[in-house]
Design a protein around this ligand. Structure first.
Ligand code: NAG
Ligand code: NAG
Ligand code: NAG
Ligand code: NAG
Length: 247
């Protein structure tokens, strides 16, 4: 009978999908990715998150799971990977400060964390709380803005030697970061993101390959000021867009 054949097929499919995945995706290392909000605001405009003002510092953009051979990201390792915001309750303050989303219109960051969790977090082998905590600890350990300041590199609208920026970071963490630039005022390359490779145990490591970003040899370090996050009073956003660049 047709219906019993369908039933048999469904049963078989059920058995197959319940079988352990022989080809479970694995990863080799993490990319710890920082984002400089001054560059983001200058290029795209930015808004204060609904949770309030973030830190005046580099933000985390992600902790991405990567394959060292292909240098490609390893994502979406589990089909069913619910995201529970309450598992982050102890980390919310730190997340709101350092891992927020300043796009316009204002958001509360939840969808950012959710998509990071679903794409990369589930591949990390950690649970949700541990994954975000691990990333936040790494952020604090690097403390990028302080490392740069120590070497006289400030977000002061000056041009800095890209090699000096890299060296300042090497000085602090012992491994070479990759710098990603965006186009800033006067079409100059500006410091936008910093990629640092981290092994599964949380130790910084030399990257097994490169993202192949292009920057000029001297790059602009754009200031980040709260007034750039175009908003008038406290939390409500009028969803006003910033001009494309700050010049
Ligand atoms: C990385 O990708 C290569 C090529 O697809 C694969 O053979 C290898 O097993 C992957 N590494 C890990 C750790 O999964
Ligand atoms: C996450 O994992 C850690 C250690 O592996 C454990 O102590 C903690 O209870 C777990 N948290 C949840 C919500 O499962
Ligand atoms: C940047 O610094 C490096 C190493 O100190 C030096 O070789 C290079 O000429 C500098 N580049 C510029 C554009 O100043
Ligand atoms: C926000 O942008 C609008 C439109 O560009 C401008 O009129 C307003 O003065 C800005 N507000 C702040 C606080 O910079």
């Amino acid at each position: 009978m047709a219906s019993s054949r369908i039933a048999a097929v469904l049963l078989l499919l059920g058995v197959l999908s319940a079988a352990p995945l022989a080809t479970a995706k694995t990863f080799d290392f993490f990319y710890l990715v920082f984002m400089w909000p001054g560059a983001y605001c200058a290029q795209s405009g930015c808004c204060v998150p609904t949770t309030g003002l973030p830190a005046d510092d580099f933000f985390l953009r992600g902790l991405w799971t990567y394959n060292a051979t292909t240098m490609e990201s390893v994502t979406k390792c589990k089909k069913n990977s619910p995201f529970y915001i309450n598992q982050l309750s102890g980390l919310r303050e730190e997340l709101n400060s350092y891992w927020t989303n300043i796009k316009c219109p204002s958001t509360d960051g939840k969808s950012t964390w959710k998509s990071t969790w679903k794409s990369y977090g589930v591949c990390s082998g950690m649970n949700e709380t541990d994954y975000f905590q691990f990333a936040l600890k790494l952020r604090a350990k690097v403390d990028l803005l302080s490392l740069l300041k120590k070497q006289g590199i400030y977000p002061d609208y000056n041009l800095y030697n890209a090699t000096d920026i890299q060296s300042a970071i090497v000085e602090g963490i012992g491994v070479t970061p990759e710098i990603r630039c965006s186009k800033g005022p006067f079409n100059k390359f500006q410091l936008y993101e910093v990629y640092i490779c981290v092994d599964k145990d949380g130790a910084f490591m030399e990257c097994p390959g490169s993202q192949g970003f292009t920057c000029s040899s001297s790059i602009l370090f754009h200031p980040f000021r709260y007034w750039m996050m175009n908003q008038t009073s406290t939390i409500d956003s009028n969803h006003i867009k910033m001009p494309i660049s700050m010049e």
